[in-house]
Structures are given as structure tokens and as C-alpha cells.
Ligand binder design. Sequence first.
Ligand code: FAD
Ligand code: NAP
Length: 316
Amino acid sequence: MSKNILDCAIVGGGPAGLTAGLYTTRGGLENVTMFEKGMPGGQITQSSEIENYPGVTGDITGMDLMMPWPEQCQKFGLKHEMVEVKQIRKDGDIFSVIMSDESITHSRSVIVCTGSSPRRAGFKGEDEFFGKGVSTCATCDGFFYKDKEVAVIGGGDTALEEALYLAKICSKVYLIHRRDTFRAAPNTVKRVEGNEKIELILNSTPEEVYGDAMGVTGIKVKDKEGNIRDIEVPGVFTFVGNDVNNQTLIQNDGTFLCDVNEQGQVIVDLSMKTSIPGLFAAGDMRIEAPKQVVSAAGDGAVAGIAAISYVDELLN
Ligand code: FAD
Ligand code: NAP
């Protein structure tokens, strides 16, 4: 096999990409590189606690969980480049993985696992104070508000779990949600409702985060009747969902390399095959993703096995 052309390029090094790396290399593909723009591990490394990964019973963080994964893959020959992929293209049977005009890697197959990114809630002051009191990562920034009051926005698993985490550090957490029922798992809702440091502010949306040169000093919240409540807090955490990272699939004419649905999620079959032969998608970015570490890892394994078959058929 030519050393100039990869057998498989893996784009993204979260749970899906790392597991794809493990299965492709351990399954016999010799020339596999994983391209990851940051540290491998993916978005779960931001989580303060994970309690639903099978076999893991201790009180561990997302970072603890992901720490050994890259080493395990490298043992079987996975190469890793810390670089951002800009675009994936296909000409004939060969894919181009493009970092820049000067840096292009060719590959027979590609597994794209670029995951998803936190969404902005869209209230006044959110962008202005982002990184200066507005945050999407409790593990990263929670400690800045030790023994202080903070606000959390959202009603999904992330918002409620991170509200519980912040309640351990902060003196009080205002949990602001636009409805009166939550999307989060019932057990998590129960824990939040039972936590005396968390005050629920329901049927309410953030109007504005305000502050001064030093950062956020408060948030104005509007209820269904239009009443405004002013809450003085130095920290506001938003957890209002995620957008799929599908930018690498956008071609020069603005179309996607493979079929995607109206939310931009990649359409795959049960083998994680996309509409383009040799291109696989795995994890949070695919249609109907349960958005769990265990399912992202499962997808990565399935895609890895399918990529091995594809490359074998191509070469034989
Ligand atoms: P990601 O983890 O998003 O990884 C994608 C990777 O691709 C990233 O490392 C990114 O840097 C990289 N990348 C993106 N674009 C490019 C590019 N152009 N070039 C190179 N690299 C790129 N799930 C659970 O099962 N249990 C939990 O308790 C849990 N808690 C969570 C808590 C939080 C705060 C969050 C945000 C998520 C949580 N999840 C949890 C969900 C879980 O983290 C995701 O479902 C999982 O990480 C998805 O894995 P992935 O590999 O598909 O994508
Ligand atoms: P999510 O489930 O999409 O929840 C987003 C929340 O933000 C919803 O409650 C939504 O309100 C609210 N929201 C959206 N836009 C808003 C806006 N502009 N202003 C105010 N509120 C807004 O997102 P998530 O919590 O990040 O979870 C993403 C996925 O990861 C889910 O599938 C989740 O189950 C999974 N996850 C799992 C775990 C776990 O298993 N332990 C942990 C974290 C995440 P509405 O409810 O009214 O729509």
C-alpha cells in the first residue's frame, strides 16, 4: 500500500474518532491518521461528571474518562496530527483532506467525526460578555465563582448537570428555563429539585446580561407575563444545545459533499456509510444521534469496521 495515500483519515478526535482509530488500526489498516484541532477527547472533557458510561462506577470527570483513549489507539499504530481540517473533497476514488492550500493529505477513506458545538442563546450582551462572565463550560470557569451566586440557562441534561456541579462550588445557582418542564433525565431533574442551593426560575427567558469593564454584574430575566426580574450575578452559564460541526463537508459551491438533513446532520445507514462511497460519519454529527459518549464510541467502531471493508474492496 502506498505510504503517500492514507488508508483512512479520521477527522475529529472525540469518542467517535478515537474509537474509529482503535478499530481501523487494530483491524489491520496500516496507514491511518486522526486529525484533531485540539487535544483528543472531545466535548465530554468539559463535563464535570459522567455516570452513564458502562463499567465506570466511580465519581469521575469527562477528562478522567478520556485520558487513556489516545494511548490505547497509538499502541495499534494510529497517528495523530493536531490540526484543523478545513475541507474534505473527493476526486475519483481518492479523498483530499485539506488543511490549507499548502497542506493536503490524500486518503482512500474518511471517517468524519467532528461532533457538535455549544449554541449561543441569543440574548443581549451574550457575545459582548462571552469569556468575561458568560461561559458555556462549568468545569472550566465554575471555580471563578467560588462562594458566589451564578445563573444557569437551559433545561436539558447539560444545564441541569452543570447546575448541580456549580451548586457544589457556588453559594447559589439560579436555573433559568423557558418552560416549566425539563428535557433532562428524570433522575437529574429530581436531584436539581432537591438541591437547596438551586432556585428554579421557570417560564422565563434571559433578556440581557449586563456588566462593566470587569465583566458581568447581572442578568435581566423576563417571565411569561412580561415582568422583568433583575438578578445580580457575576457569572452566567448557558447550556442551550449544540450545533453540528459539518463545515468540513461544505464544498466550494456551497453544497455538502454528502447528503445531510435540514439540521445539517449527516445522513448515514447502519454501517455509518454516507451517500458518498468511502466516506463515513460517526457520533454526534450523524442523524438521530443519541448524543452520548457510549453511542459515539459505538458509531466509531461501526464506521471503523465498515472502512476496513471498503478499503479492502477498493484495493483487491
Ligand atoms: P465530540 O466529542 O464533539 O468530538 C469532536 C471532535 O472533533 C472535537 O474534539 C473537536 O475538537 C474536533 N473537531 C471539530 N472540527 C474539527 C476540524 N475541522 N478539524 C479537526 N478537528 C475537529 N454524554 C454522555 O454519554 N454522558 C454524559 O454524562 C455527558 N455529559 C456531557 C456534558 C457536557 C457538558 C457536554 C457538552 C456533553 C455531554 N455528553 C455526555 C455528550 C457527549 O460529550 C457527546 O455525545 C460526545 O462527546 C460526542 O462525541 P463525538 O466524538 O461525536 O464528538
Ligand atoms: P438540549 O437537550 O437540546 O437542551 C437545550 C435546552 O436549552 C432546552 O431545555 C431548551 O429549551 C433550552 N434552549 C434552547 N435554546 C434556548 C434559547 N435560545 N434560550 C433559552 N433556552 C434555550 O441540549 P443539551 O442539554 O446540551 O444536551 C444535548 C444532548 O446531549 C442531549 O441529547 C442530551 O441528552 C445529551 N447529554 C446527555 C447527558 C447525559 O446523558 N448525562 C449529559 C449532557 C448532555 P426547551 O426545552 O424549551 O427546548
